[in-house]
Design a protein around this ligand. Structure first.
Ligand code: SF4
Length: 401
């Protein structure tokens, strides 16, 4: 049967369980479809909220909650929506049967990454609390917020998952908080194993790689080995000083040595490791150094592993850390820099997309630029960092205009 095509298939076959125990159709949707502490998953999926969202998709109308995808497509011609359409199509896909599930059911995390917030990292809370409550800081306080620590509730998760038909489920994503600090991850793997679905499902996990591996790791690894495929997206954003600046923790948990150790814990298992840095104002100057480390150090040391690096993940929000906050002269220098890499380095082909995106970056104006400066200076003060030690290339940018 041929169905009418839809703008995005996510509201028909994808579910995200957020750290606030709410439901969303995908990780980019702004707002929620219902609250699992007040309704069951079945009630939420049958609700008018979901039906209205599906209607918008049939009418080819961008729902207000989907503005991140719309903005991303404007800048880089790609979004979570385009990936979903590529994956399942937008007409003849299985409707109202879950094929993608994302568990992001806790905000517990040991890092306080630039651009992140208390919604996704409990590590931000102590910094959020000391931010001065002035009108000047409102633009980033509204993003960082002061969401309390939300622990996982495995009973609630499994009670709801039992109601779902997972026979069409192809992929399960574990995101965060930090999935390896979220007990729902293990509960979910056990459940999938029990219903004999684990062997049919691709498990994808976004991890900081900066966790202390605890006593459940052997069981976790044993269960992961039963999955159809396992892909770890490791959060590494640049060379040592850049990635530890962005992926901040007082003890430098995100150091490249820790990343290497993390990979070695799982090296005997059939896991694909992917580095897809979040490209923003702090790491756009040194992506080639990250690529060199990944190819010369990691790929050379772990030859038997399936390793990959993607340079397609551009930060859209918060927009004051996006490339739009950089002045046109800086962007122009970056275009020259990466064009030179493309021409002179063996790995240069990896950067063709970077140059395309840079060529299309529109300057967001002095107000956005100044927000980047203000946020950076304020966070440096609160966290005891200095951006220019990590990213000296920002020297000309770190001035109010
Ligand atoms: S358009 Fe984007 S934000 Fe909206 S449901 Fe689809 S993937 Fe999610």
């Amino acid at each position: 049967m041929k169905y009418k095509s839809v703008l995005c298939p996510a509201p028909f076959n994808s579910i995200v369980i957020s750290s606030e125990h709410t439901l969303q159709p995908c990780c980019k949707y702004i707002g929620d479809l219902g609250d699992l502490t007040k309704q069951t998953i079945t009630e939420i999926l049958a609700s008018n909220t979901v039906k209205d969202l599906q209607k918008d998709m049939y009418d080819n109308k961008w729902p207000t909650g989907c503005m991140e995808c719309k903005a991303s497509e404007k800048v880089i011609n790609q979004s979570v929506r385009t990936r979903m359409v590529e994956d399942v199509g937008n007409d003849n896909f299985t409707r109202n049967m879950i094929s993608n599930l994302e568990i992001s059911s806790s905000n517990v995390c040991n890092l306080s990454c630039a651009g992140c917030s208390t919604r996704f990292s409990s590590g931000w809370l102590k910094y959020a609390k000391v931010i001065e409550k002035t009108t000047d800081t409102e633009f980033y306080r509204s993003i960082i917020q002061e969401v309390p620590i939300i622990k996982s509730d495995s009973k609630l998760l499994i009670k709801n998952l039992i109601e779902l038909d997972l026979t069409h489920c192809k992929r399960i994503y574990f995101k965060g908080g930090e999935p390896l600090l979220n007990t729902d991850m293990l509960a979910m793997l056990r459940y999938l194993d029990k219903i004999d679905m684990l062997r049919k499902i691709v498990i994808c996990m976004d991890t900081s790689g900066a966790v202390i591996i605890d006593k459940t790791i052997n069981e976790t690894i044993a269960l992961l080995c039963k999955a159809k495929e396992v892909k770890f997206g490791i959060s590494i954003d640049g060379p040592e000083e850049v990635t530890t600046y962005i992926r901040y923790s007082p003890k430098n948990m995100a150091s490249l040595d820790n990343m290497r150790n993390f990979i070695s814990v799982f090296e005997k298992n059939n896991i694909t490791f992917i580095v897809a840095p979040t490209i923003m104002v702090y790491n756009i100057f040194s992506l080639d150094k990250l690529v060199e480390w990944w190819l010369d150090d990691i790929t050379a040391a772990f030859k038997h592993l399936d390793l990959d690096i993607y340079l397609f993940n551009f930060l859209i929000g918060p927009n004051y850390l996006s490339l739009h906050a950089l002045q046109p002269a800086t962007i122009s220098r970056l275009v020259d820099y990466y064009n030179n890499i493309i021409e002179t380095k063996e790995y240069g082909y990896l950067f063709s997309n970077i140059v395309n995106v840079l060529n299309n970056v529109e300057y967001g104006g002095h107000e956005l630029h100044n927000q980047m400066v203000k946020y950076t200076l304020d966070m440096d003060k609160i966290k005891g960092q200095n951006v220019l030690n990590a990213v000296p290339e920002l020297t000309n940018e770190m001035r109010y205009l």
